[in-house]
Design a protein around this ligand. Structure first.
Ligand code: SF4
Length: 329
């Protein structure tokens, strides 16, 4: 089956620092990332802050231009879409519903704004579409005349979801959409996103630092570390049997509600390395409890098998040239 979204060898480098007598230094935020997303599935992208997941999602939204590599939507290069076309295919939901909504507009105006920009229907048709999508996300019709300041955090995120869906996009890129919310509200928003995916046949790319949240909503997961995807696989397998030492460390940092199990074991060792001085060999080696000599000098291969991909000298199945993970999980 052809993927609805495909990312091939995508790289993004930022020039950092520099001055009159000093050239800027390159920071490789996304480094040779290959991913595919099938229609109707949710691909979770997880990693610490600085892992490159937000830069990757912004490139998927067409908000950032890649330094190199290719991205296609329904088999068509993303560069061949104009901004309005791509906005009808891919819509974002951002982390902070407090700052992403214009405080001077009513909820009806905010949700209907994309319809105005894209010149969809007349005023009466737009009002009907706004009412319909507000109903689908659980916002009463009377809220159309309210302002964001009169709403709770969860209600504001429902507004952001309605605004993203009013144009009926194929793909929704969710960038930490629940991390600014209370835990109980998080669960409601995650369940709403799940229901909407089912009802509207949406495809999600779901970016989060929270492996538990990603596991709950995703079919497949890609784990990022220092700009690279280091492990992929089906969500249930990745959570029950993570293979990359970094994924295992992330798993070890998840809090459990059972006090008898005590505090989580943290295996991440020293802090996140300076991205301007990325370690040689495997970038994870200064923090990896299993690092061998080869890890300090040689970049690990991406090994692919029926369980997914793992980028490690010591873990995983066959090398990339034998089985492509795109044909497997
Ligand atoms: Fe650890 Fe080596 Fe694997 Fe990197 S390649 S994750 S350092 S074992």
């Amino acid at each position: 089956k052809a993927p609805v979204l495909s990312v091939e060898h995508l790289c993004k480098t930022y020039p950092v620092g520099g001055g009159l007598f000093k050239p800027p230094r390159p920071l490789r935020a996304v480094d040779d990332v290959c991913l595919t997303v099938q229609r109707g599935e949710t691909l979770g992208i997880v990693g610490e802050s600085g892992s490159g997941k937000t830069t990757l999602s912004w490139m998927m939204l067409g908000l950032l231009r890649p330094t190199s590599g290719e991205m296609t939507v329904e088999g068509r290069p993303i560069a061949s879409f104009d901004r309005l076309e791509i906005a009808r295919k891919i819509q974002p939901i951002f982390q902070d519903p407090y700052s992403s909504l214009n405080p001077r507009q009513t909820i009806g105006e905010i949700v209907g704004a994309p319809l105005v920009v894209h010149r969809v229907g007349d005023a009466a048709q737009r009002a009907r579409l706004v009412r319909e999508i507000m109903d689908k996300v659980g916002l009463p019709a009377r809220f159309a005349h309210a302002y964001p300041s009169q709403m709770s955090g969860g209600q504001r995120q429902r507004v952001a979801i309605a605004r993203a869906l009013v144009l009926k996009p194929e793909i929704v890129v969710c960038d930490e959409p629940t991390s600014a919310l209370d835990v109980s509200v998080q669960a409601q928003i995650l369940n709403l996103l799940k229901d909407l995916r089912q009802e509207l046949g949406l495809t999600y790319v779901f970016v989060s630092h929270d492996l538990g949240v990603v596991e709950y909503i995703s079919d497949r997961v890609a784990v990022m570390y220092m700009g690279r995807v280091v492990e992929t696989g089906r969500a249930a397998r990745l959570m029950s049997a993570p293979r990359h030492p970094y994924t295992q460390a992330l798993m070890g940092s998840i809090l459990t509600p059972d006090p008898a199990l005590g505090l989580p074991e943290l295996h991440l060792g020293r802090g996140f390395p300076d991205p301007l001085n990325a370690p040689a060999g495997c970038r994870f080696h200064p923090r990896c409890p299993e690092a061998a000599d080869i890890c300090r000098t040689t970049a690990p291969p991406q090994r692919h098998d029926e369980q997914g991909m793992v980028e490690c000298h010591l873990r995983g199945g066959a090398p990339a040239q034998v089985i492509s993970w795109k044909t497997g999980t």
